[in-house]
Design a protein around this ligand. Structure first.
Ligand code: NAP
Length: 254
């Protein structure tokens, strides 16, 4: 099992204060990695870091608004100076704005694209620049979506942003493969988190998810966390440029 261990690695986890990001951070810590949790709310990050202390070797927090793409480079530089250069990047921070395309504002569109797509591009290349300069390999795991492959009405900015995440994953994987930086995406099915709370609480939607999903339930953050650990580990040394659907069988049926 040692090939699945992450001892001695440092992982930067965006969206690390709750949901899928926090689940990933916990599993990474349990696998031996130091973790840096990123989100906007510092108090929430500190609270979640406290839960992880004693599980992994080191837990850090770095509050930052990733929608501020102009300042991602300077913020990432400050992390590498104060904490160290991460070996693993988990791009889990994400958001949605739901509504008919004709009613959404351009501000809605720009906000979703800024966080779900632009921030991943900018942070990934800042992360890679350090590794390339040091001639070190590393791992990037992006969180895509069922909407990387298919669409639902009322989610046009989110669907476009997650489609881009799938293609960006392949583009960066191809570009950096020879340097040992492996880039993959996990595309979760419906996972019960704060992001999907309005859907979990909508009885008709909840019933539909349970009927539509072959495994008959919502996913939990833990369902996504261990595939992330696998992709971050030596066990996945020959996997790059993949979008792996962890969806309870959702896309296998219609
Ligand atoms: N839940 C699902 O069913 C599902 C399915 C497919 C894909 N996904 C994707 O999985 C990822 C995580 O989703 P989730 O369900 O875990 O969401 P969530 O529970 O809403 O958590 C979102 C995380 O992102 C952080 N975040 C939000 N805006 C940010 C910003 N501007 N800058 C920095 N951090 C920010 C949040 O912290 P702060 O609010 O403190 O900033 C929080 O830690 C997203 O990319 C989402 O699109 C989710």
């Amino acid at each position: 099992m040692s090939r699945f261990r992450l001892d001695g690695r440092l992982a930067l986890v965006t969206g690390g204060s709750r949901g899928i990001g926090f689940g990933a951070a916990k599993a990474l810590a349990e696998s031996g990695a130091g973790v840096i949790l990123v989100g906007r709310n510092e108090a929430e990050l500190q609270k979640k870091a406290e839960e992880l202390r004693g599980i992994g070797p080191a837990v850090h927090v770095s509050p930052f608004d990733l929608a501020d793409s102009q300042n991602i480079a300077a913020w990432f530089e400050s992390i590498t100076e104060s904490i160290g250069s991460p070996d693993i990047l988990i791009n889990a921070a994400g958001m949605t704005r739901r509504g008919p395309a004709v009613e959404l504002s351009l501000e809605d569109w720009n906000a979703v694209i800024a966080l779900n797509t632009t921030a991943i591009f900018e942070l990934s290349r800042q992360f890679a620049k350090k590794l390339l300069a040091a001639e070190r390999g590393g791992r990037i795991i992006n969180i895509a979506s069922l909407m990387t492959a298919a669409a639902r009405a009322g989610t046009s900015p989110y669907t476009a942003s997650k489609g881009a995440v799938g293609q960006l994953t392949k583009a960066l994987a191809v570009e950096w493969a020879k340097s040992g930086i492996l880039v993959n995406a996990i595309a979760p099915g419906y996972i019960a988190t704060e992001l999907t709370e309005p859907l979990v609480n909508d009885e008709a939607f909840d019933t539909w998810v349970k009927q539509r999903c072959p495994l008959g339930r919502w996913g939990e953050p833990e369902d996504i966390a261990w595939p992330i650990v696998f992709l971050a580990s030596e066990a996945a040394a020959f996997i790059t440029g993949q979008v792996i659907y962890v969806d309870g069988g959702w896309l296998a049926t219609f």
